[in-house]
Design a protein. Structure first.
Length: 361
């Protein structure tokens, strides 16, 4: 018997989102039904709303969520009703060529629910990143629901499902920041601050936050930035070199994803340094770099997709660090809102007024 619930739907390209009634099926084989407790408003949701991901409208938005398992489908043995979970948009299949090579964080066939959630008249919804959690209940593959310590409040816990994990993993996994490294992070929004936190926890001796907004730079110090650079009036490449003995940073993380910030990151690395791009670019953006500099500077240019994470391994670790006071997830929560306030949260996001608005259900 389908569950009739309220949810946030992007009905057509660029139109304001709507609070609609939707139908969520009972879980089938390998699926779980989740009663959502909180879900962060992420830039990716706005990309879906604006048609920048694909045109498979209508979309059921929301993907940075925590909640409680309400029911499990046949064959699900690792989860049970009442389990507290964070939802992940990567659920490794275990059988694709990447999983077989021992690299499940690159899984090429990540699991999603087989059944579709629909509008009452039967129109199928496309869940954002295979989750669709701006809803009172959602249906996901069992592998997308990661059991974590229930003492973590859902407003904070849900954020590791996307933005925090992406930034933290960009530093710890993709960038492999180690003890004594120098790190520069370009862009101090939610993902950038998570990268700052990850670098600090990994033992970086110097973490330099770069942004054009003094308010964001002030906030970055809360997450572990040791130095800040306002690049609106200062050459960030020279500033980072000046803070690293004239050499540049061992690891640079571009959490903006624009050609100009990528070029800055490329140039502010030390010789043989690593540049990690985790900011999501627009599809039409292009980058041009001198090939001789690519050759002569050495090092590595990497992209970080979901922080190269393995949710079943990493989510419980981040929650434990939160509960022990080492990872300030509460600091990412700027405000809590209701389901019918998502559109206004998008406006605040565009204006840079929030790290995260979090829907509480």
């Amino acid at each position: 018997m389908p569950h009739e619930v309220h949810a946030v739907v992007a009905a057509e390209h660029g139109a304001p989102v709507e609070l609609r009634t939707i139908l969520v099926p009972d879980p089938g084989p390998g699926e779980v039904l989740v009663a959502v407790q909180a879900c962060g408003v992420c830039h990716t949701d706005l990309h879906y709303r604006d048609g920048a991901i694909n045109d498979e409208f209508p979309f059921l938005l929301g993907h940075e969520a925590a909640g409680v398992i309400e029911a499990v489908g046949p064959g699900v043995t690792a989860l049970a009703p009442g389990d507290y979970v964070v939802l992940a948009w990567r659920a490794p299949c275990g059988t694709c060529r990447s999983c077989r090579r021992g690299r499940p964080w690159y899984c090429f066939d990540s699991a999603n629910a087989t059944q579709r959630m629909t509008l009452p008249e039967g129109t199928p919804l496309t869940p954002a990143l295979g989750i669709g959690a701006f809803a009172e209940k959602t249906l996901v593959a069992a592998g997308q629901a990661v059991k974590v310590d229930p003492h973590a409040r859902p407003e904070a816990a849900g954020l590791i499902g996307c933005g925090v994990m992406a930034g933290y993993g960009a530093a710890v996994h993709t960038g492999a920041v180690g003890s004594g490294d120098t790190v520069a992070v370009i862009g101090c929004g939610g993902v950038g601050n998570a990268a700052i936190a990850g670098a600090s926890i990994a033992g970086a001796r110097r973490v330099i936050a770069v942004d054009i907004d003094d308010r964001k730079l002030d906030g970055a110090t809360r997450f572990g930035a040791t130095h800040t650079v306002n690049s609106r009036g200062t050459d960030p490449v020279e500033a980072v070199r000046g803070l690293t003995g004239g050499h540049g940073a061992d690891v640079v993380i571009d959490a903006v994803g624009r050609p100009e910030t990528y070029r800055q990151g490329f140039s502010m690395r030390d010789l043989a340094g690593t540049l990690v791009q985790v900011g999501v670019p627009d599809p039409d953006m292009r980058i041009e770099l001198p090939l001789i500099d690519l050759f002569s500077r050495g090092g590595a240019l990497k992209s970080s997709w979901y922080g190269d994470c393995l949710p079943s391994r990493d989510f419980p670790v981040l929650i434990d660090r939160y509960l022990s006071g080492r990872l300030d997830l509460d600091g990412f929560v700027t405000e809590t809102i209701a389901l019918d306030e998502v559109e206004s949260a998008f406006d605040k996001m565009r204006d840079g007024r929030v790290l995260r608005s979090v829907v509480v259900i």
